[in-house]
Design a protein around this ligand. Structure first.
Ligand code: PAF
Length: 280
């Protein structure tokens, strides 16, 4: 049987409130579609602890900059619905832009200052405001018990945890480990932009940040390692490196401290794709 699809907040709430009446717990997996194994892993993880799993599919215009790929972002709803049915999801919520933001686009923005301004926030101004606003709305529209996000977008996961805490949204946010191709490349919908040659180069990102993490642990200096890593990526064929940085894993606004948990985060352009990745 095909996966049921709802497109309005009213229809989503009708489904979820029926489940609630039946005493069932609800998990939410927000996505922008173009689903891959990483997304399906979120669904399977959600099914471990939730009786019902709603996947959302919404390419959110508010999280794309004026020169970014909103117009060309892959839109593959039919294939996505088939994959989700196979993974065991119960409902797909796929609103259009007017349903999400109203005819006037909405006047409210959720903004996480500090954490939302560094790393991705610095190179993609407004990105986290767009993410925080839409995820707040999705959480309030569906009112799930738990919501699941990939660690591939580690800073996004932290931004979401932060505003959920600050706004007292009653949901448990769960991070799920990055799913990688056999050669280490983190799965991402934007990998579809890579041509054959670029696809060969792309795993250098994961290899390089893994090496940065190892070298830092044995005494390497953060600044020198960042420079070394950027050069490695350029030498491999990346055209531009936005950042390779070592941060405190619990507070990405802070430099890494030896002996405490760290996160190495990177973003770099390869052809038409801007790839991001991170390791602990
Ligand atoms: O990670 C994504 O796919 C998006 O940023 C999200 C969380 C679905 C919000 O649009």
């Amino acid at each position: 049987m095909g996966l049921p699809i709802v497109r309005t907040v009213a229809d989503l709430r009708a489904e979820v409130s029926q489940w609630r009446k039946d005493g069932l717990s609800v998990g939410l997996v927000p996505t922008m579609g173009a689903l891959h194994e990483g997304h399906l892993t979120l669904v399977r993880t959600a099914l471990e602890t939730c009786d019902r799993v709603v996947v959302t599919l919404f390419v959110n215009p508010k999280q794309f900059g004026p020169n970014e790929d909103y117009g060309t972002y892959p839109r593959t709803e039919e294939e996505d619905a088939t994959k989700l049915a196979g993974a065991g999801a119960h409902l797909l919520y796929a609103p259009d832009v007017a349903e999400m933001y109203g005819e006037d686009g909405g006047a409210t923005t959720v903004m996480v200052s500090g954490l939302g301004d560094v790393l991705e926030g610095e190179f993609r101004p407004g990105f986290f405001n767009g993410v925080a606003t839409v995820v707040t709305k999705l959480l309030l529209q569906a009112l799930p018990d738990r919501a699941f996000f990939g660690e591939k977008d580690y800073q996004q996961l932290n931004v979401i945890k932060r505003f959920v805490r600050d706004l007292d949204i009653p949901v448990d946010i769960q991070g799920v480990a990055t799913v990688r191709e056999a050669d280490g490349l983190a799965m991402s919908s934007r990998n579809a932009y890579l041509n054959f040659e670029e696809r060969d180069i792309a795993p250098t990102l994961y290899r390089t940040i893994s090496e940065v993490s190892e070298r830092f642990k044995v005494g390497g200096k953060a600044e020198a390692l960042s420079k070394w890593a950027a050069q490695q990526l350029l030498d491999a064929g990346f055209q531009k490196v936005d950042y390779v940085l070592i941060r405190h894993a619990d507070d990405l606004t802070q430099e890494a401290v030896k002996g405490e948990p760290i996160r190495v985060l990177a973003a770099a352009f390869l052809g038409k794709a801007r790839l991001i990745d991170n390791v602990g």
